[in-house]
Design a protein around this ligand. Structure first.
Ligand SMILES: Nc1ncnc2c1ncn2[C@@H]1O[C@H](COP(=O)(O)OP(=O)(O)O)[C@@H](O)[C@H]1O
Ligand SMILES: [Mg+2]
Length: 295
């Protein structure tokens, strides 16, 4: 725990809310001097005050102790595709905050904007207007290098068609994203790949080629590959679209496990079965995002 960092974080969030130290002190029922001491890292708020402070600053207790935000925040996010004379509003003024440790299901008819939204969340695409903040930072202000870094190391993608390399064995497919990550040493790659295959219960298939695996197994290899660089965010676009219910259940259980392990998991699915596993069920309709239930 870094008291200085927490102090700067309090100050930053307070300024975002456009309130003065006096005003925050009044809201918290403490002296201005107390607030000033928190912000300079000289003091931590009393434990009994923390919950209220977090509520006012709109941060979680976890974020408070880390001294930084840990979420994905969309604000009036809009994506418009222009084709000839036609304008398609694929994502329409979406405002929402995704938090780690949760499994979000996004449902909705084909063409409602789900994939477009996922692509923006994964920084594969950019919004037309509105704001997208990753851990409090506006993505529009990040340069290509920073976006590349996020895409490679902080996001894991899973698609309906697995997209495995047919010429590589399971563990080699899983190793592939590690080649662009100099934080994972060369001689650690294979061990790490095997561990990830174990995580998805495929330790006995590590040497197989994709064509020697069932669809469900291929998707589990793809999930292990998405975890190669230990991303914070896992994005899956209709991951069980080609699978039967038995394999679907296995895949959804893995997503549940990932969320329990602290990852932020966002799954677009047409299957009602996802509802049982999700913490939050969202739906999209004509580019608008709505909340079905928040458990
Ligand atoms: N690259 C693109 N160019 C033009 N229109 C697009 C493009 N991508 C998606 N769209 C349109 O945006 C809308 C939303 O598409 P999409 O996000 O793929 O929906 P979903 O994933 O919910 O089926 C659709 O009308 C689709 O035709
Ligand atoms: Mg789609």
């Amino acid at each position: 725990m870094d008291q200085n960092k927490i102090g700067m974080f309090i100050s930053e969030k307070r300024k975002e809310l456009n309130i003065t130290q006096e005003e925050l002190a009044e809201l918290m029922n403490v002296s201005k001097n107390a607030v000033s001491k928190w912000e300079r890292g000289l003091n931590l708020p009393d434990a009994s005050l923390m919950k209220n402070l977090c509520k006012i600053l709109n941060i979680s207790l976890n974020e408070f102790f880390n001294g930084e935000e840990n979420n994905l925040e969309l604000s009036e996010l809009t994506k418009i595709f222009e084709k000839k004379n036609e304008k398609i509003i694929a994502v329409d003024h979406v405002t929402y905050k995704f938090e780690p440790g949760k499994l979000y299901a996004i449902m909705g008819h084909s063409g409602s904007g789900k994939s477009t939204l996922l692509n923006i969340l994964g920084t594969l695409d950019k919004q037309t207007t509105g704001e997208y903040k990753i851990n409090g930072k506006e993505t529009i202000k990040l340069n290509d290098n920073e976006l590349n870094y996020i895409r490679r190391k902080n996001v894991g993608f899973i698609f309906q068609n697995y997209l495995l390399d047919p010429n590589l064995r399971s563990y080699e497919n899983v190793m592939l994203p590690m080649f662009v990550n100099n934080e994972i040493k060369k001689d650690e790659r294979k061990t790490r790949a095997l561990k990830l295959l174990e995580y998805v219960n495929l330790e006995n298939r590590f040497n197989h080629y994709p064509k020697e695996l069932s669809g469900g197994e291929q998707q589990r290899v793809a999930i292990a590959r998405s975890l190669a660089n230990n991303p914070q965010l896992i994005i899956a676009d209709e991951p069980t679209g080609n699978l039967d219910e038995k394999n679907e259940k296995i895949i959804f259980e893995i997503f549940r496990k990932l969320a329990n392990d602290g990852k932020l998991v966002i799954v677009v699915s047409h299957s009602d079965n996802i509802v049982k596993y999700a913490d939050v069920v969202l739906y999209m309709k004509n580019g608008r995002l709505g909340v079905y239930n928040e458990g």
